[in-house]
Design a binder for this molecule. Structure first.
Ligand code: SAM
Length: 289
């Protein structure tokens, strides 16, 4: 019988990580992030079975664990970026920005093409003007914090803001690098942006801004770690927090809003509005439970 030491457990976890990362979709996720997920989601009993098997990767428990973690990662991590021509579009944007002192139609169209390269932004592409009208009728922000932003900052032309300081956070480092290039181009139009890499399950400190966005992210973070939302909300220093949830799955099936009962218990002073696939909560931060 194998002695199930911490060292042995770590070896099996590392084996699982390498199998998970064999899939291109997950190949760029940090080992540490997957390891934490494995420690949280796979019980010791299964790990012992894996460890004791003569060919660990052939064991039933190994296959089951691999399937579970890949499913979770697919939901929270991998399926959002859908376009391959972002870099080319950014170059086109740079050329157009050089020629113009205003955000003209050509520049807006390139923005639309960029927004189409991410699953979340493509879904709200026709609703951005309405979304920001609603949110900014409560407060015109001078500063915005966009947590797990994906490509949402690229909707800036539809915010109709004269000037704004914008901080975007993302777990996906490719998105962070891409956003920083985008922000450097858009400084000309007084979008003073900065993107930083951040795992929302390990927040140390957040900057204080007028408004904070958390679009389509809390559902899956709560799946990864129960209680994550409460912890994140407590660290936000912004006056208003705008939180959204999908009302349909990635494959288009309706999601019940009753599933958000856990979230409704965390907030008290708020209003909501909906678009086709998404519900938005505008929450007054000073009145959180
Ligand atoms: C459904 S997308 C939403 C993107 C953007 N907020 C939007 O609605 O357009 C979820 C985002 O959460 C990010 N994410 C997943 N796990 C995360 C974590 N632990 N910490 C921070 N971001 C995470 C993913 O990289 C992805 O960009």
């Amino acid at each position: 019988m194998v002695r199930f030491t911490e060292k042995y457990k770590k070896e099996k976890i590392n084996l699982l990580i390498s199998y998970i990362k064999n899939k291109k979709e997950f190949s760029e996720i940090e080992d540490e992030f997957i390891a934490e997920l494995l420690y949280n989601k796979i019980n010791d009993k299964d790990l012992i079975k894996i460890a004791e098997h003569s060919k660990p990767e052939k064991s039933k428990e190994f296959k089951k664990s691999l399937k579970l973690i890949r499913k979770i990662l697919h939901e929270v991590h991998g399926v959002f970026n859908i376009g391959k021509n972002r870099v080319k579009l950014l170059k086109e944007l740079e050329n157009e920005i050089e020629k113009s002192d205003i955000i003209n139609e050509k520049i807006k169209n390139i923005h639309l093409e960029l927004l189409k390269t991410h699953k979340s932004t493509i879904e709200r592409i026709n609703n951005y003007e309405m979304i920001y009208n609603k949110i900014f009728s409560i407060l015109t922000p001078e500063s915005i914090l966009d947590l797990s932003s994906g490509l949402n900052p690229i909707s800036f032309p539809w915010m109709n803001l004269d000037k704004v300081d914008y901080i975007a956070t993302e777990l996906n480092d490719n998105d962070v690098k891409f956003l920083n290039k985008y922000f450097s181009l858009m400084r000309k139009f007084r979008l003073n942006g900065k993107a930083i890499n951040m795992n929302l399950l390990k927040i140390k400190k957040l900057p204080k801004t007028d408004i904070c966005f958390i679009f389509k992210t809390l559902d899956s973070l709560e799946t990864l770690k129960r209680g994550a939302t409460k912890d994140i909300l407590s660290k936000i220093k912004s006056k208003i927090i705008v939180i959204s949830f999908p009302t349909k799955t990635l494959s288009g099936k309706n999601l019940s809003k009753r599933r958000l009962a856990w979230f409704n218990r965390l907030i008290s002073d708020y209003s909501t509005f909906e678009i086709e696939n998404e519900i938005f909560y505008i929450v007054n931060k000073t009145k959180l439970y």
